[in-house]
Design a protein around this ligand. Structure first.
Ligand code: ATP
Ligand code: MG
Length: 407
């Protein structure tokens, strides 16, 4: 598919890792006091009485597997993966309990260059999919864990003075994970947050310099972005850069892609300290967005060349012809009509299939060692050709029409 081609042109390689992991992996990485771990995981006990969990996200499993197979030691890596993720949340448009993510992770790079590369890569994906005009890049710096701890204390002490005015969830978070209160959707809580201390003021000089450098590079690269101080992300492992691509077209399910830097995770999971950055893109939301924008209107046809045959004697010849066509036109879809029926009804199917050409093999063609080429979309007479001449003719016809779009 199209995203794999883009990723490999950026020199990213596919990695595959299990869907099922020890529960502890997600508790240690995503964080005990996050929405995902607190209420969204599919966790159960297996036959050995071990607690296992269907992966709610990819980064933890990717790090675990890469580390275990020695792929992170003294080397850099650029990985991507795609596959199902599981979260027990209320199903609605753009929110499913099993959904799919395309994940991209880069290990061993500590600079802003790789962060910019990942942003350019995600932008390229959106460009190729034709949705760039419908998404906005939002960025923030959440600094180091020390800075967040200091900020957390200040935030807790400020919010404690307003405890009774906060929503119930936020009241609980006050003790467990005060930063998550910034994410609260409660209107009253948001009002109180307006005068709260700002994370920005707790960032180290180093973090500030990094973030400024990133922003000026984005400007030079003509990537527009919005700085969003409330963007903190629902996972514990991030530091410094966090970013999201959001859209106004999908209601509350506004985030299509989200990521950031996570320099501490590899070490947390038992590896050698390794800087890392990554993002995850929700494939269903991307498809929904394309649908909403009407980008699926020009339905791609089921095939380019439809092969019809009449009579049992033509069966093997038709199969052989279909293989020759696939060999000669590797970018084209060749559909062999299986299951028989009369020529008339086969040609009806050919028309419905959207194919440009029908190839017909009947008794007469078989005897003459020729194939009948029928034009389905043009007012041109059908012709009988040898297979060799047929390939020359179709090569010529296809070169006139451009190859179809990406999915
Ligand atoms: P949200 O705020 O919408 O719950 P999130 O912060 O939980 O998103 P992440 O963990 O950052 O999401 O996952 C990255 C991306 O995966 C999201 O931006 C979204 O596109 C997609 N995603 C997350 N949860 C779901 C879901 N339940 N159904 C479909 N897509 C999802
Ligand atoms: Mg969520």
């Amino acid at each position: 598919s199209c995203y794999q081609a883009i990723l490999s042109r950026f020199a990213y390689k596919e990695i595959r890792f299990p869907i099922l992991e020890e529960t502890q992996l997600f508790k240690r990485s995503v964080g005990e006091v996050t929405d995902i771990v607190e209420k969204e995981m599919y966790t159960f006990v297996d036959r050995n009485d071990e607690s296992v969990t269907l992966r709610p996200e990819g980064t933890a499993g990717c790090v675990r597997a890469a580390e275990q197979h020695g792929l992170l030691y003294n080397q850099t890596q650029r990985f991507f993966y795609s596959g199902p993720m599981f979260r027990h949340e209320r199903p609605q448009k753009g929110r499913a309990r099993q959904f799919h993510q395309l994940g991209v992770e880069a290990f061993g790079f500590s600079g802003t260059d790789i962060e910019l590369e990942l942003i350019l890569l995600s932008a390229e994906l959106f460009n190729q999919l034709g949705v760039m005009d419908a998404v906005t890049l939002e960025i923030n710096s959440i600094g180091s864990s020390e800075a967040r701890a200091d900020f957390g204390k200040a935030l807790t002490s400020y919010l404690s003075q307003h405890k009774s005015e906060l929503d119930v969830d936020s009241q609980k978070r006050l003790e467990t994970n005060p930063l998550r209160i910034l994410d609260s959707k409660d209107a009253k809580t948001q009002v109180i947050l307006k005068n709260a201390p700002a994370l920005k003021d707790f960032l180290s000089e180093e973090s500030k310099v990094r973030f400024e450098a990133l922003k000026s590079a984005l400007n030079e690269l003509s990537i527009s972005y919005k700085e969003t101080p409330s963007l903190v992300r629902g996972l514990d492992y991030y530091n410094d850069l966090v970013f999201e691509w959001t859209t106004t077209h999908l209601g509350a399910q506004a985030t299509v892609c989200a990521g950031g830097r996570y320099d501490r995770l590899v070490e947390t999971l038992g590896g050698k300290s390794t800087p890392a950055v990554g993002f995850a893109l929700g494939l269903e939301r991307l498809i929904l967005l394309k649908e909403t924008l009407g980008l699926f209107k020009e339905q791609k046809s089921d095939c380019d060349v439809f092969i019809a045959y009449v009579g049992d004697e033509a069966e093997v010849a038709a199969l052989r012809l279909s293989m020759e066509m696939r060999k000669a036109f590797p970018d084209r879809i060749v559909l062999l009509n299986c299951g028989g029926s009369g020529l008339k009804s086969q040609l009806k199917k050919a028309d419905k299939s959207g194919a440009q050409f029908a190839l017909i093999l009947g008794e007469q063609e078989l005897e003459a060692k020729q194939v009948q080429l029928k034009y389905l979309r043009e007012q041109k007479d059908a012709v009988q050709l040898s297979e060799e001449k047929l390939i020359i003719r179709l090569t010529d016809e296809f070169s006139k029409s451009q190859v179809g779009g990406l999915v």
